[in-house]
Design a protein around this ligand. Structure first.
Ligand SMILES: [Zn+2]
Length: 220
């Protein structure tokens, strides 16, 4: 089943009560450990940005977000309020508790040097991309577990609209997010969240103009 409707649910959390906030510029990354019960809001400040995101089980970091388990458990390829984001083991890592955009992509994956070459032009191969941002964040992250490229998996693209046709084709459609749209995730256990705020200068979804996002965290 593919749900076509957009489900938009606002949050009652006050920004003044957040315990942490940070602006993540386009092209920058963010990696942070959330304790069980904490809530993170990812805020699309200027609209139509792509926040490429992965989750890891903080207690068993080799167990990471699984698009396949998330999609099959909810019988829906899109993410919105109520979605449980699952790991390869099936463990519930986080639940979407608010979402004013209403639809997020699970299948498009992140941009990389290789995809820049294939999708745009060979001369674009050198350009900054989400896969490199992921790798930089993983390499800098202080943990007893040594994250490496084997920990990169197919990711979530928050705020991206990637409709899937009835015969299974992918279409990269215009963005459906807008300035101030956000999604909130509640950690179902201790998790590490990894975000690459896409630097993509060739993607029409952000009007060739990547913009910052903001992350805010609440204790509950
Ligand atoms: Zn990207």
């Amino acid at each position: 089943m593919i749900t076509q409707a957009f489900l938009r649910v606002e949050s009652e959390r006050l920004t003044t009560e957040a315990v942490y906030s940070e602006i993540v510029k386009a092209g920058d990354g963010f990696m942070y450990e959330l304790k069980k019960g904490q809530v993170i809001r990812i805020l699309d400040l200027a609209g139509n940005q792509a926040a490429d995101t992965l989750l890891f089980d903080a207690d068993f970091p080799e167990d990471h977000y699984s698009a396949i388990h998330t999609i099959s458990a909810q019988q829906n390829i899109y993410i919105t309020t109520g979605t449980v984001l699952r790991a390869e083991s099936g463990t519930a890592l986080a639940t979407v508790v608010a979402d004013t955009c209403g639809r997020h992509d699970t299948v498009g994956g992140s941009c990389s040097s290789q995809s820049n070459t294939v999708r745009y032009a060979h001369k674009k191969a050198y350009m900054h991309n989400c896969r490199d941002t992921f790798m930089l964040q993983l390499s800098k992250y202080k943990s007893s577990y040594a994250f490496s490229k084997r920990d990169l998996a197919p990711n979530i693209n928050f705020f991206m609209n990637v409709p899937v046709t009835p015969d299974g084709g992918l279409t990269f459609a215009d963005g459906v997010s807008a300035p101030g749209c956000y999604i909130e995730l509640k950690a179902e256990k201790n998790i590490v969240i990894l975000i690459s705020n896409c630097p993509q200068l060739n993607n029409p979804c952000n009007a060739y103009n990547p913009t910052p996002i903001e992350v805010l965290i609440w204790n509950s």
